[in-house]
Write a protein that binds this ligand. Structure first.
Ligand code: NAD
Length: 498
């Protein structure tokens, strides 16, 4: 088994202590070992970043952008290898991995515009001979901690923009599928990034805690499950750090009686079962307004779920691969058991799914529950698997109440042809990202991504304009150049233009 090293000061550094196995979820075989950093290794990365920061901070933004332009080209040139690595360790299909990479590259493209993004705000003559402006300066060393489900895209939400803004970055990727993440970081070095500006340390809680505790680390970007997001937000904020911590989700799609059902079913298939449901924006609840649309949905979607092409992620032409680990598969199966015990109607059962030739892979087939009620765990909790729950309600108001009462508020979607319903939904739904006839309303790179309620802790959303604000701090400068001959007497009243 090959060892996956850290990337510190531009060098591959083998781990000296603990390691974890990395599996191919399609076969159930351990294929690599990844180093798990201890505090000393994290400190090495911090020291490297510290040495790089003064020069990088003063590198003109246009030159920093040029590195990002070359990085984008290298990402495109190496797409096939990156996509294969994602698929091999995560299990998602090759096409899905390619989509994730493309959405990641969009964030690099956004970072290429950093000279424009960092333009300050300027006013001449805010008082007599006084000019004022705001400058957006880098924070210093910032760290990112990322989840397994987007090993390429989520790190690319963070460090291209942070680095383009003049920061040095330490990335702690998921230990479950770190190979594509490492390759991408190496490509950024090939693009001409000075050593120390980006360091990658693999690890688990020990490495994360070392980053939280290090006084040199000024900000933490986290994406992962809600309990860990809450922990990192609380511990980081306690130490005076800037933190944005994106957590878990339970995303509802509401189907109105006037929805274009064929298109809504296609959209739901992709949004519920794509990536085996392992997306924070996956639709896991279909809220049907009226029994008629619910019955029609079941009739149309069941044959499509039964026809899902499930197999080893690295094969072409599939709809769905396996779950990421045996533990993830067992957890999903546990939720299906729980839904049955709670009295939900199991319409399609994905338990015990076998893929010929991949009998040890972590597969669960597409699963559908009908007549799910809000008191059930399968409704309340994030399953993170290929399980769609149908909840039946009588009105749009009831559907919206259900969503607004849920503890998560990441994404949601309404299928309708009624503009009035759509406008009400957009106005009053307590969710951070809303789609109208768009099942996965993941904002493009020049907007910003983030949920509400227990789906995000912190003030600013990820990437886009909020990302620029998160990775910079405002300095407001007020400057006076009085005329040489003039003398001004001391003023004791608070200065104003009054
Ligand atoms: P996770 O919370 O288990 O892990 C995320 C990161 O935290 C990893 O790097 C992991 O090593 C680290 N970590 C794990 N346990 C830790 C601990 N005790 N202390 C400190 N760090 C720890 O999440 P995951 O299983 O990798 O990813 C799936 C979750 O991420 C889902 O809940 C999903 O909804 C969420 N997610 C959210 C978004 C979003 O934008 N809101 C995007 C992607 C994934």
């Amino acid at each position: 088994m090959s060892q996956i090293p850290h990337l510190i000061h531009g060098e591959r550094i083998p781990g000296s202590g603990r390691h974890a196995d990395v599996y191919n979820p399609s076969t159930g075989q351990a294929i690599h070992q990844v180093a798990l950093a201890d505090c000393a290794t994290v400190q090495q990365a911090i020291d490297s970043a510290k040495s790089a920061f003064p020069a990088w901070r003063n590198t003109p933004p246009a030159k920093r952008a040029q590195v990002m332009f070359r990085f984008k080209q290298l990402l495109e040139q190496n797409e096939a290898q990156i996509v294969r690595l994602i698929s091999e360790e995560h299990g998602k299909t090759l096409e899905d991995a390619a989509g994730e990479l493309k959405r990641g590259i969009e964030n690099v493209e956004y970072a290429c515009g950093v000279p424009e993004l960092l333009k300050g705000e300027y006013n001449r003559n805010v008082g007599p001979n006084i000019d004022a402006w705001s400058d957006f300066q880098p924070l210093g060393i910032v760290a990112g901690i990322t989840p397994f489900n987007f090993p390429a895209m989520v790190p690319l939400w963070m460090y291209p923009l942070a680095i383009a803004c003049g920061n040095c970055f330490i990335l702690k990727p998921s230990e479950r599928d770190p190979s594509s993440t490492l390759l991408i970081a190496e490509l950024l070095h090939q693009a001409g990034l000075p050593t120390g500006v980006l360091n990658v340390v693999h690890g688990d809680k020990e490495a994360v805690d070392a980053l939280i505790e290090a006084p040199e680390v000024k900000a933490l970007s986290f994406v992962g499950s809600t309990p860990i997001a809450e922990y990192i937000y609380a511990e980081g904020a306690k130490r005076g750090k800037r933190v944005q911590a994106l957590g878990g989700a339970k995303n509802h799609a509401v189907l109105m009686p006037d929805a274009d059902l064929d298109n809504a079913v296609s959209a739901l298939m992709g949004a519920a079962y794509g990536s085996c449901g392992e997306r924070c924006m996956a639709i896991s609840v279909a809220v049907c307004v009226g029994d008629q649309i619910a019955d029609a949905l079941v009739d149309k979607i069941v044959p499509q779920i039964q026809a899902l092409k499930v197999g080893a992620g690295t094969c072409n032409g599939l709809d769905m691969g396996p779950l990421v680990t045996a533990a993830a598969r067992d957890k999903v199966v546990g939720y299906i058991d729980d839904g049955v015990a709670a009295g939900a109607k199991l319409v399609v059962d994905g338990r015990g799914y076998r893929v010929a030739g991949h009998e040890d892979g972590y597969f669960v087939g597409g699963t559908l529950f009908d007549r799910v009620t809000p008191d059930m765990r399968i409704y309340q909790e994030e399953i993170f698997g290929p399980v769609l729950c149908i909840v039946r309600v009588d009105s749009l108001e009831q559907a919206m109440q259900l969503i607004n009462d849920h503890e998560y508020g990441n994404g949601t979607c309404l299928f309708t042809r009624d503009g009035e319903a759509a406008r009400l939904f957009c106005d009053e739904i307590e969710v951070g990202m809303v789609g109208i006839n768009v099942p996965l309303p993941v904002p493009v790179a020049y907007h910003s991504f983030g949920g509400w309620k227990r789906s995000l802790f912190g003030d600013l959303h990820a990437y886009g304009p909020d990302g620029v604000r998160f990775y910079t701090r405002r300095k407001a400068i007020t400057q006076r150049w009085p005329q040489r001959a003039s003398h001004e007497a001391a003023q004791f009243a608070f200065p104003s233009n009054g």
